[in-house]
Design a protein around this ligand. Sequence first.
Ligand SMILES: Nc1ncnc2c1ncn2[C@@H]1O[C@H](COP(=O)(O)OP(=O)(O)OP(=O)(O)O)[C@@H](O)[C@H]1O
Ligand SMILES: [Mg+2]
Length: 371
Amino acid sequence: MSHVIPYCPRPLQWQFHSRRTRFCVLLCHRRFGKTVAAVNDLLRAALRSGKSDWRAAYAAPFLGQAKAVAWDYLRRFAGAVPGTRFHESELRCDLPTGARIRLYGLDNPHALRGLYLDDIVLDEPADMPRSVWSQVIRPMLADRQGRALFCGTPHGTDNLLHDVWEQAGREGAAGGWSRFRFPASRTGYLPAAELAAARRSMDEAEYRQEFECSFAAAVRGAYYAPLLEQAEREGRLGDVPHAPELPVHTAWDLGMDDATAIWFFQVEPGGVWRVLDYYEASGEGLAHYAHVLESKSRPAGQTDATADGQDAALRGRGFRYGLHIAPHDIRVRELGTGKSRLESAAALGIRFVTAPALPVADGIDAVRRLL
Ligand SMILES: Nc1ncnc2c1ncn2[C@@H]1O[C@H](COP(=O)(O)OP(=O)(O)OP(=O)(O)O)[C@@H](O)[C@H]1O
Ligand SMILES: [Mg+2]
């Protein structure tokens, strides 16, 4: 049986439909056509599966929002399949094949508990509680190897959309993930005059967030935000491959009460820096960080036997270390043992060199020049 759905995907929508994988993140500018593409992607999966008990959910942060953004599209596109029935009170559509698509709001995630899902769309995950994905939705997909699509516009980095964007980058196709980023300057879907008008009515950071899919924009007033945005625009942020012939240096901020942060980077002979990895934790002793370093020095892809297999930080990357750089005050700070942290680290096999004690403004300036 074949049906004509009144949807003619735009070229980049088509690119998404044809290349997406089981888990997918679709990062688009406002009015790209994410919701239309997402609804049609579900419908296509529903009709192709052939399973009578196929179940899918379309979830927005609030139920009212799910109804406002997706119900009309569902009626329009699924309504073209003869025999489809719509249950307005449940916001559910039953296809003649027996497949069902239902709208949900994550203001009430309990409505989802106890179900299984073959497919789900999470529309605007930047506004959803992070735990809903890991604790409620991801387990629902396990039975039947269900798919998940996250589609939205960035809203800073401290939310679910940014989490899954990063996860998709880390895990890639091998982990079942794919990701797409479609800024307005690339799609050409919005008329130039319209974009110019939007730009005049918003500040630059807002515009870059809403129309250029920039995660950096929301961190207002951050020292490095404009430079990070520029790096993002110029395609300098992404998966930076590890050059096995070069040593990997680490630079540390050793927190006493706050987090300890470690950057992993390489410097090419020509002076180009490759920043490969980052690790942060708090409330851990030096032995923990020594273990992280050691894990990453194992052959690429090998996972730490003590990790649960999910912890990307402990995945082997084949790093061969060069310098380990610590803050200048590592000599004076004392642990409970009475030894300096420099000595404690050396006992664990990490021989630190210390960074020069620069005035704070000079340090910020050095980072700016690097970026
Ligand atoms: N393939 C298409 N062909 C024609 N019109 C389309 C297509 N895809 C989307 N549209 C139209 O573009 C507009 C925006 O679509 P949609 O609501 O899916 O965008 P969105 O990216 O979800 O927007 P928002 O940022 O507001 O959530 C709608 O008017 C929709 O009908
Ligand atoms: Mg939308």
